[in-house]
Design a protein around this ligand. Structure first.
Ligand SMILES: C[S@@+](CC[C@H](N)C(=O)[O-])C[C@H]1O[C@@H](n2cnc3c(N)ncnc32)[C@H](O)[C@@H]1O
Length: 490
């Protein structure tokens, strides 16, 4: 990228997380003694605190932390990032190595972000500095929306070995530690590796953190679970390590999808966030599908967004608030997309499962609806349902998933309520909805796992007054899609 970049010398100096490691156990004790937890911080600061802080509105947080309690002091230092009297910091047990003088008071060089997800509480240490105050090229960010999107899509069954590639502040590794015997966390940025070590000590857990490019630090090893929120942003340069891989277009995502299978144990699953390009006169879906060909893995692409280049660029420029360079960078970035005839950029979650035998399958779903807050289990169930569809679908006794509800809309006429439309709705996983009719609804009601589908089609044919063959021909593709989407399960 040729547009001027803010000189890192003009940005606030980044702390050295490694220098905080020695006193991290003391810091952990201080957090424990003060009752530090995501819930306690929500109670103290209010659940909208992060929104206020992201908008640089300190007043609501300062007002709620005036009592001088150790938790308030820690919240001021590590969440709001403001100075406190040295005596208050000492009373809260903050080690001197974690403090810097500022005026009459002291501040902390790092931020601590308490996060709760799926019943697991973690604290992610990260660099200070937000878009508004300038983002350093080597900045290690806290937990953001993309981090939580990946966490939500990660299966949480117990596994032996997990890899978190591009670990940043270590948040995915911390969540994975709860259900993995061993977690290896890797990052190209040595500062991220140090932050992850800090995160492990603060959390009282063990993480094997290693520095290196993509899969280099784990070559020759295998994992049961791989999670990655890589620097997937498609941009003309390598402006920020956390965001830009410095490879052309969507190459970093393609490369990961191609290479990750080499570190997946048989049956192992990888879940990663990806961007892929929709280029003029090319099929964007085919592009991402082609990445999976010949990998020996089943693939499930869950597309969550499709953005025009202009919208994509503004969203990412807003994220780093490029200030006076905004317009220049915008033009350069959009021109770059146009020169490559890029029509849209897709964003999604891509899951891989390494096959032990048989033909690999790839499914792409466009998911616009609100999904469940955690749906990692759905990734495993999705692959299990594809396995079940491999067998004879008609001979299997399918079961309606227990979270599925049927919503009916009825209009009253002379004879009473007449059903006008019927809609199936899931409350778990991807929360699919789908229309159905009286025959479909009756068939689904009968799917209790006792009768083979063939028998149900025979009954349906009699009820509808059509030949059995017709019921099967019309109904089978519908049932297959209902299984793919998880309305029906083996
Ligand atoms: C979007 S951040 C994700 C951080 C964290 N895992 C999360 O979910 O919030 C991407 C991370 O990938 C790292 N990274 C960038 N290029 C890399 C590369 N070539 N190999 C390994 N890690 C890389 C960055 O330093 C950054 O920490």
């Amino acid at each position: 990228m040729t547009a001027p970049q803010t000189d890192p010398a003009d940005l606030p100096e980044l702390p050295d997380p490694a220098a905080l490691l020695a006193d991290a156990p003391r810091m952990r004790d201080a957090l424990d003694r003060a009752g530090w937890s995501p819930a306690a911080l929500d109670d103290l600061l209010g659940v909208t605190a992060r929104t206020h802080l992201d908008r640089d509105e300190l007043a609501p947080v300062l007002r709620r932390t005036r009592d001088g309690s150790p938790l308030s002091t820690l919240a001021r230092l590590f969440v709001a990032g403001v100075s406190v009297p040295p005596g208050a910091a000492a009373a809260a047990g903050v080690p001197a190595s974690w403090l810097r003088p500022e005026g009459d008071g002291v501040t902390s060089p790092v931020r601590l972000q308490p996060v709760s997800h799926g019943g697991v509480d973690v604290t992610a240490p990260h660099d200070p500095g937000r878009a508004a105050t300038g983002v350093h090229p080597e900045q290690v960010l806290g937990v953001g929306a993309a981090s939580l999107t990946l966490a939500a899509a990660t299966p949480r069954r117990n596994v032996a070995r997990t890899l978190d590639l591009g670990t940043g502040c270590g948040v995915q590794a911390l969540f994975a530690e709860d259900h993995s015997a061993t977690v290896v966390a890797t990052d190209r940025n040595p500062r991220a590796v140090a932050f992850t070590q800090l995160a492990a000590t603060l959390g009282g857990v063990e993480l094997d953190s290693r520095q290196g490019d993509l899969l280099a630090p784990v070559a020759g090893e295998t994992f049961d679970l791989v999670v990655s929120n890589p620097p997937f942003v498609v941009s003309p340069g390598a402006r920020y390590t956390y965001r830009d891989a410095g490879l052309d277009g969507d190459e970093v995502c393609r490369r990961l999808v191609r290479d990750l299978p080499s570190v997946l144990a048989p049956g192992g699953v990888a879940v990663l966030l990806v961007n892929w390009l929709h280029v003029e006169d090319e099929d964007g879906d085919a592009r991402v599908r082609s990445w999976l060909e010949g990998t020996g893995c089943d693939g499930w692409v869950v597309q969550r967004e499709l953005a025009a280049p202009e919208d994509y660029v503004t969203a990412w420029l807003r994220d780093t608030d490029e200030g006076p360079h905004f317009d220049e960078l915008y033009d350069e970035w959009v021109d770059w997309f146009h020169a490559r005839r890029v029509e849209a950029v897709a964003f999604g979650v891509l899951a891989l499962r390494r096959r032990t035998s048989g033909q690999a399958k790839v499914v792409l779903d466009e998911v616009d609806q609100l999904v469940a807050p955690t749906w990692g289990e759905e990734v495993l169930d999705h692959f299990a349902r594809l396995d079940a569809l491999d067998g004879d679908v008609l001979d299997r006794a399918w079961r309606l998933r227990d979270d599925v509800r049927l919503h009916q809309v009825a209009e009253r006429d002379d004879e009473g309520w007449m059903v006008e439309s019927q809609r199936l709705q899931q409350s778990r996983g991807l929360r699919w909805t789908g229309g159905t009719d009286e025959h479909g609804a009756a068939l689904l009601a009968a799917c209790d796992g006792t009768m083979p589908l063939r028998t149900l089609f025979q009954l349906l044919a009699v009820g509808a007054g059509i030949p059995e063959q017709e019921a099967v021909e019309q109904g089978l593709p519908v049932v297959q899609r209902l299984v793919e989407q998880g309305f029906l399960v083996p």
